[in-house]
Design a protein around this ligand. Structure first.
Ligand code: HEC
Length: 148
């Protein structure tokens, strides 16, 4: 085998393992996001994100079905826009001071002197990654029902 081939194969292996590492990191992020979701969001939005959490009936504004976010905002989800609903930069009636606290920085803040700066954003990013992972793909359903 000539050297260029070996080089090419070597490069291929590097690219493949980088992809595997990226996929692994993404899975971990979704797992973290899911744990946060179950702790902080499921009470209203439901354990599976469909909007039917135990607290939903007592709220004046019904919690959104978070599985259908991509129908409203596009797929992939616009990360910053979705993050702004969660961290309180954008106005979400149901998250505002009227019904409930805003899930802003203070909720995600790590204790002073502990953790790393940027951790707040990382928590929200993993929540958005989790939300992305639970989007119902209506397009896929539609495509599957089209006769071949
Ligand atoms: C106390 C109940 C409650 C909790 C807890 C809660 N939400 Fe909500 N959320 C709502 C309600 C109610 C709405 C709909 C408000 C509206 O339509 O104005 C909403 C809307 C949203 C939206 C916007 C949906 C859209 O279609 O525009 C997102 C995104 C969202 N919530 C994410 C979250 C995440 C992530 C968490 C956890 C960190 C969370 N929510 C926790 C009640 C809650």
């Amino acid at each position: 085998m000539t050297l260029p081939y070996k080089l090419l194969i070597g490069l291929g292996v590097i690219v493949l393992s980088a992809t595997a590492v990226a996929a692994q990191t993404q899975t971990e992020e979704i797992t973290r996001g899911r744990a946060l979701y179950l702790d902080h969001c499921a009470v209203c939005h439901g354990r599976n994100g469909d909007g039917h959490g135990p607290m939903a009936p007592v709220l004046t504004t019904p919690p959104a079905n978070l599985r259908l976010l991509s129908e409203r905002y596009g797929n992939p989800l616009p990360t910053d826009q979705i993050a702004s609903f969660i961290d309180g930069r954008a106005d979400v009636r149901g998250h505002g001071p009227r019904d409930m606290p805003v899930w802003g920085g203070s909720v995600w803040q790590v204790e002073p002197g502990r953790g790393q700066s940027g951790q707040v954003t990382a928590a929200i990013a993993s929540l958005v990654a989790y939300l992305q992972s639970i989007q119902q793909s209506t397009h896929r359903v539609a495509a599957a029902s089209v006769p071949q």
